[in-house]
Design a protein around this ligand. Sequence first.
Ligand code: GDP
Length: 296
Amino acid sequence: MFETLSDRLSGIFDKLTRRGALSEADVGEAMREVRRALLEADVALDVVKSFTDKVRARAVGAEVVKSVTPGQMVVKIVHDQLVEMLGSEAKPIDLHAVAPVPILMVGLQGSGKTTTTSKIARRLKERDRKKVLMASLDTRRPAAMEQLKILGEQNGVDTLPIVAGQSAVQIANRAINAAKLGGYDVVILDTAGRVTVDEGLMDEVVEVKRQTNPHEILLVADALTGQDAVNTARAFDGRVGITGIVLTRVDGDGRGGAALSMRAVTGKPIKLMGVGEKSDALEDFHPSRIADRILG
Ligand code: GDP
């Protein structure tokens, strides 16, 4: 996870921390290299610029504490700035609403939406002791509905029985009613994905949102697609309004561009990250832990 970026940065900071004293020129040179490393990691240009400007401003004005070298001080400033860029605090899924709490999952096809839906359901069931119902609204791909059902069976989570011929909105309403009648705590609606963001997809999601009033709308995005993931999040947020992001395939992401840009560009928190194909491969997104990982 983020190995490529991490290696690059540690190369830059090793040079800096080995020195006894630092000039403004040393810090300037290091920041130029950091800028290059972040751009190569596919972090959005504006985000990189604001990041390096802030680090430089703080580094120049910083008083060096006796116990650390100036280089260590710069690394500490980079760390704190990374944490801020990643959103500062962890933002878990919010379930503070009247049960059954509706959660809407949105995103492009192949982003890992169905897998993530069942990962979240499993975690809510096992860790939070919640009674969870899942429903697939993917009326165009019967295989997707079947996939969710199988994942539910594997993880001991209920899925809404499949009824052929219903629209996404009809299925969503049926899911909410079933969840009310069945005494469920949470109902997770897995909307249909498309290969690209298209109007038909957005209209359908907006209508499902209007009818079900979800407490969380989570965009699932593939970390490996870098800035495309960020642009997808922006498009969904502009059209539907999202409350958070689940970044998938972080296990295979050496660069970290999507993870680092997402919060700053969209203003929405990454709540969770997918770190593998298995149904328990889901982790909270802790900005300070991610910064620790990136800075080794
Ligand atoms: P959907 O079309 O968005 O519903 O995508 P799926 O949930 O079917 O996932 C597509 C593929 O990505 C499947 O093979 C999943 O196992 C895989 N996948 C999903 N999340 C992750 C993840 O966090 N890490 C890895 N390595 N694979 C994932």
